[in-house]
Design a protein around this ligand. Structure first.
Ligand SMILES: Nc1ncnc2c1ncn2[C@@H]1O[C@H](COP(=O)(O)OP(=O)(O)O)[C@@H](O)[C@H]1O
Ligand SMILES: [Mg+2]
Length: 290
């Protein structure tokens, strides 16, 4: 996947301490996490980056008679997995594919927030037999082609649920009903949950965050995924900051990059399903960055 490789090369490995410092300051500044969804007000380069990602993925996944399943993960929390996964699903839905977004982060899933509902019942409840698949599939108000499954009730054994036969059958069933099954997962270098999905999915995408992710962590994450036999389709560099153009620099090259250039979010551990949040708009998000 040429574009992703090119972008990967843009992550520089210097000044880690400075970045970590800057990132943590920004985390402290914002007391809540935000959910950014593509809309008509989203800057052109951001929409274009997601369109590009969608186009690259649709030619990279192995062709099948039915729908395909793609899991999205990253090395650590806060890299932007959920942001990228949700918007990728929306982008597929906008191109007339039938899409289901599945929150497989049973420990800390946040997809419910994007659709302003509670996490339960959801995936874990369906896998543990408490609810039927139809009980947990919701149709999104954002796009008629987009459905979603929230993470469900907290479970003491998420890994076991995700590697179960029930999970395999669930993904197969979703592939019969939808063109794309897009799955958000927890970070691979912290917990193994995402790896449990390797045998059930057609491919995986690794997200890293520009000027935050360490090259060494990205490499470890790639190796971990490869070792677990995840069919790694590509790497997304989230939150890419395009270099400044010189006075004589000619045109801006923004839309060559897979950037999603809003400000950094919060890591508030108190963040719960019931916490009140200021609704985020692309405008106020952009202001945060200035
Ligand atoms: N490109 C981006 N620009 C601005 N904020 C972002 C971007 N990507 C993610 N965020 C914010 O960073 C925080 C973590 O993102 P999230 O997608 O939840 O990460 P993860 O799922 O990897 O933990 C959220 O508050 C989110 O809104
Ligand atoms: Mg997440």
């Amino acid at each position: 996947m040429g574009l992703f490789t090119k972008l990967t090369a843009k992550i520089s490995s210097h000044a880690h301490a400075q970045r970590a410092n800057r990132a943590s300051k920004k985390h402290k500044k914002h007391s809540h996490r935000a959910e950014y969804l593509l809309s008509k007000d989203t800057p052109f380069d951001v929409t274009e980056a997601f369109r590009n990602l969608k186009a690259s993925l649709s030619v990279s996944v192995p062709k099948k008679e039915h729908g395909v399943s793609i899991m999205v993960t990253s090395a650590y929390p806060e890299d932007g997995k959920t942001t990228v996964t949700t918007n990728l699903a929306l982008m597929f839905a906008q191109s007339d594919a039938k899409v289901i977004l599945v929150d497989a982060d049973i420990r800390k899933g946040r997809i419910a927030k994007y659709f302003k509902r509670k996490s339960s019942p959801g995936l874990s409840d369906c896998l543990s037999g408490q609810n039927s698949l139809d009980d947990v599939i919701h149709h999104s108000h954002i796009n008629e082609n987009l459905s979603y499954i929230t993470c469900g009730t907290h479970s003491p054994r998420p890994y076991e649920l995700l590697e179960s036969e029930e999970m395999k059958k669930l993904i197969q069933e979703l592939c019969q009903r939808f063109d794309y099954v897009i799955i958000d997962t927890p970070p691979v270098l912290l917990i193994s949950d995402a790896l449990a999905l390797a045998p059930s999915t057609d491919g995986g995408v690794l997200v890293c965050r520009h000027q935050v992710s360490y090259i060494s962590d990205i490499e470890r994450a790639i190796n971990t995924l490869k070792f677990a036999k995840v069919n790694l389709l590509g790497i997304v560099v989230n939150d890419y900051k395009a270099p400044k153009v010189s006075a004589y620099g000619g045109y801006k090259k923004y839309y060559y990059y897979n950037s999603y250039g809003y400000g950094y979010g919060s890591t508030n551990p108190e963040d719960t399903d019931t916490a009140e949040e200021t609704p985020a708009t692309p405008q106020n998000a952009t202001e945060e960055q200035n």
